[in-house]
Design a protein around this ligand. Sequence first.
Ligand code: MSK
Length: 652
Amino acid sequence: MANETVKAPAIKPEERVSDPASVEVLKKAEKECIETCFSRYDTQKNQCKFGTSGVCCKICHMGPCRITPKSPRGICGADADTIVARNYLREVVAGTAAHSDHGRHLVLLLKKVAEGREKDYTIKDVPALLRYSQCYGIKTDGRSNEEIALELSELFIMEFSSQEEPLKTLRLAPEKQQAVWKNTKVEPLGIDRMVVESMHRTHMGVDHDYRNILKQAFRTSLADGWGGARVASMVSDILFGTPSPVRSTANLGVLQVDTVNIIVHGHEPSLSEMLAAAVSDPEIIAYAKKAGAKGVTLAGLCCTANEILMRRGIPVAGNFLQQELAIITGAVEMMIVDVQCVMPSLPQVAKHYHTEIVSATDIARTIGATYFDFDEDNAYESAKSLIRKAIDNYGKRDPAKVAIPQYKNPLVAGFSVEAIRYMLGGTFRGSFRPLNDAIISGRIRGVAGIVGCNNVKSTSDVYTNVLAAELIKNNILVLQTGCSAQCSGKAGCLTPETALQFAGAGLREVCETVGIPPMLHMGSCVDNVRILEAATEIVKEGGLGDDMSKLPAVGVAPEWMSEKAVAIGCYFVASGVDVVLGVPFHISGSANVTRYLEEEAREMFGGAFVTIEDPIEAAKWVMKTIEEARDNLGINKKAERKLLDMKDRRGI
Ligand code: MSK
């Protein structure tokens, strides 16, 4: 069914997306007149300047008010600083709420497992349970795993509800960071309390001082990074296993023409883990064969993909901007979505094919999607019944509409902090010492975390891939998460074999010795906390300062788009790490807010934001910042900086 409202595209597919699989499918979409986020971007191109500069206030119903030089205050008297800061805090609140609600769901699942109320979920990783329990001083000797898990889950529940006590999880940070948070009065109380208080403070007529509002933004974000997201990551490890290096493949070419293809998309691992287990059940395989398929291919999109990639090596069909494209291959029987980053357009795209969009989460429904009431208490059978429904759709596939691009690349993922520690020193001598020594000696100049989404505002994946290549060439170890890690995976840069060709000599030597790639896939966007965990380990190991703000380390969000990314950026900055944004915040309408986030934050925390929309310029800034940190630490030996030329980049 062609959508006749779609106009001829003004921009070539190659300018919208960079990987060949996406180019191919986008051409198919245009040929079949199917609307995608890319064509809708064309219709939204004259984006509201009041919105992009953050000066539109619709917090009360006297408005909306818009700030201009001629009308510098809204009806209530709020100026641009107040309005921009309030809008910004609300973004941080939404991001924190999203990660933390994900964490809450997992904590409640852990509690049910501990109480023996779950038959299909178990404590899969007992060492993780013991490791994390000991972090909180929970007694482990002589107690059953269930007793320990129950106490840990109850402690985690208190992290959400604590009214007067700061989060206990803050104590996992280096002591200096904890002191900074105490002195600057940004120690968060319970996660839920922070979210509620921030919403209260941004209600009409409450907090109007932009500095006070922005300080609350950092405080709320800490309830995410050193609260809800950190808890989510730890509980995932306990229930589903701590990731360790695993090989897989990425890009739309992981779909297969002769199997039933099921894609899981979103963020939460509880259903996708069960699907990953059930998909190879002999009963399911037999059912698929009876339907005329060779079997069932399960693949992932966005961060649900990362969760099951990291633990099970399930292939990645694509990242954020490929969710509609996956359906347009015509070869997807079912896309099962949970929460976050799921486009409401999916059922609209799916109606051109036989694909069924299934929402398996009551809080995330979309018109046109089937709602499936996933029964967590009978999870395995529930997952199997969903897979059978997908298999039933196989017969409805129209072979004439199927075109799977034959592009996919091998990758290695699964670099949890535990895995990195093990790789650096083995079971008995695992430690971050070899990494610290490599940084001190200058073979590795520093570390960059490259994280975040795709955004239609730039050609997808380009910024991430150019930046990452530039940095490893200059001996900077790259840690990645989220859709950004999937960019590198699709580009073939997440294997030791390919990426080492492009790494600088020092980084290559270390990576070859230890057996790791120079770009490490550390997980989903919730797992950004693993990067902070790694930074904490480096600080604790010694020799590189006693504070994360002193480390030769920078965070970059090249193509970010979600409110979660705003919260993530804030908790990195509040942890002392400079953050480069490839896409600007909606704050340009207030010079004071901009100055606070780009300058004053550094005085408080030792880190700040900078916006650099060009990847080469960003690489130069990261290298400069890392060298300055090395100078300050007194460990610098001058290294040759070599920027990639066009030939190198094309090679990558
Ligand atoms: S899925 S938040 S597009 S990384 Fe985590 Fe990707 Fe960004 Fe969603």
